[in-house]
Design a protein. Structure first.
Ligand code: HEC
Ligand code: HEC
Length: 419
């Protein structure tokens, strides 16, 4: 029975967007959960703290964006290892799967930059993903799912939402003996009663499903950029933006669309600008990463090592990260606000990103392997990649674009922000 409820919820989740500007009950519940800082151990961090709509659902933290781009968790001094990517448009990623190609496999889908929220548990990658941050010691840091559920049920708005979506019985008491330690991120909490544990698990799944429904809604994925209006014949792009689009698309120019594809690939009806595959494009180390100046992020390779089915392919995938959406790249609260790009936020400018794709393999290596983007641009060099052996050398790195073509491409990328 539990399964059939979950199944019904998920079928509804992806049946199609609701009318623009209107959220269904479950999407509304997911939205209020997404913005509730009380669901972190110290009551100071919500999902939106790291995924702010004003920044294209990525991080608004200016001091972090300017440096290591990793956001401090609810517990002071605790950090993860990656920049918060956009959580918008992520709901279109399929459940992690593979496609065979000659002697290897191509991994497709999942959420997180290494695909480890596979979607195999709840049938949706972002639903699986949504259970991570609440319990991640470097993020919202609650010590047990029972704590998340108890905090959700103790907020009248959330519990009313829960009852209206899943019925009155969906909300229940969790004994204080269990929740008493929820304010301690390092508490060891066990729920011995099997029936109660199953109810908590079910409620925690529903919390994730509600968030995934919100993340799948047309409010989060409005497809309202100038690019979309142009595709619909309702707006025009400037001559420069149109030239940039051609650079983006042409195989013998930018070749960006080889990975940031212009065609829908699954349940989406418009371009998300990703094919949900993974690649190591050779991003340098970010010396301001809280894990250490020399930290290198093994990405998909590290996750595949933990999976018996895919472990054999792990070595080839070291350093690969999921191709991200390019929507809302330039979305920020104001022209002075800093954004960070790539998994480790090494790049602070789209100009730098495009110059890197164009010249990664033609400019000399910087003497300092930890040179920042600004230093590399000033010295006309690029630092060594984090993982040289697995780096993609076929589709990028020496594009032979002119300065004008680089500028045109940047202008095009800026048309992808939602209104
Ligand atoms: C402290 C900052 C922080 C908080 C709080 C946070 N996230 Fe994230 N989020 C991140 C980071 C960092 C990543 C990338 C992590 C990785 O790939 O290992 C991420 C990844 C994601 C992704 C995957 C995007 C993709 O392209 O695969 C989604 C979706 C997401 N978060 C949603 C949420 C939701 C929902 C919550 C609240 C339950 C939340 N986040 C809370 C930092 C945060
Ligand atoms: C071989 C596949 C591939 C090609 C070709 C490609 N990209 Fe990417 N792109 C990626 C991957 C993978 C990432 C994430 C890499 C990382 O974080 O280490 C990425 C990241 C980005 C980002 C950062 C997005 C963010 O939110 O941080 C931008 C911008 C970008 N690409 C633009 C482009 C442009 C412009 C082109 C064409 C000049 C291009 N890409 C060509 C695979 C590709």
């Amino acid at each position: 029975m539990l399964y059939s409820i979950r199944f019904a919820a998920l079928v509804a989740a992806f049946a199609g967007p609701s009318a623009a500007g209107e959220l269904s009950l479950v999407e509304e519940l997911g939205k209020s959960l997404f913005f509730d800082a009380n669901l972190s151990v110290n009551g100071d961090q919500s999902c939106a703290s790291c995924h702010d709509p004003a920044f294209g659902f990525s991080s608004p933290a200016q001091s972090a964006n300017a440096l290591g781009a990793v956001v401090e968790g609810s517990v002071p001094g605790r950090f993860g290892n990656r920049k918060p990517p956009s959580s918008a448009y992520a709901a279109f990623s399929p459940v992690l799967h593979h496609v065979s190609d000659g002697d290897g496999v191509t991994l497709v889908g999942g959420a997180f930059l290494d695909g480890r929220a596979t979607g195999k548990k709840l049938g949706s990658a972002v639903a699986d993903q949504a259970q991570g941050p609440f319990l991640n010691p470097a993020e919202m840091a609650l010590p047990h799912a029972a704590c998340v559920v108890a905090r959700v049920f103790s907020a009248p708005g959330h519990s009313a939402g829960f009852s209206s979506v899943w019925g009155q019985d969906a909300v229940f008491e969790i004994p204080a003996a269990i929740t008493g330690a929820c304010g301690d991120p390092d508490a060891r909490i066990a729920v011995d009663d099997d029936v109660l544990r199953a109810r908590i698990d079910e409620a925690f799944d529903r919390i994730a499903i509600a968030i995934a429904r919100y993340e799948s809604s047309s409010e989060v994925n409005p497809f309202s950029s100038r690019f979309d209006a142009w595709m619909d014949g309702q707006d025009t792009l400037s001559d420069q933006e149109l030239r940039g689009f051609e650079v983006f698309e042409a195989e013998d120019k930018g070749n960006c669309a080889a990975c940031h594809v212009l065609t829908p690939t699954g349940r989406e009806t418009r371009a998300i600008f990703t094919d949900w595959t993974f690649d190591n494009i050779g991003v340098p180390r970010n010396r301001a990463n809280p894990q250490g100046a020399d930290y290198a992020d093994p990405g998909l390779g590290a996750f595949l090592k933990t999976d018996p089915v895919y472990a054999a392919y792990a070595d080839d995938a070291v350093g690969a990260q999921q191709v991200p959406t390019l929507r809302n790249l330039n979305k920020r609260s104001g022209p002075e606000a800093v954004k960070a790009f790539m998994h480790n936020g090494y790049f602070k400018t789209l100009e730098g990103v495009v110059h890197f794709y164009n010249t990664r393999d033609t400019l000399p290596r910087c003497a300092d392997p930890l040179a920042s983007e600004a230093e590399a641009l000033a010295a006309n060099c690029w630092p060594a990649p984090q993982f040289e052996a697995t780096m993609n050398r076929d589709e990028l790195g020496n594009l032979k674009l002119t300065d004008q073509e680089e500028a045109d491409l940047v202008a095009f990328l800026k048309t992808l922000d939602d209104a």
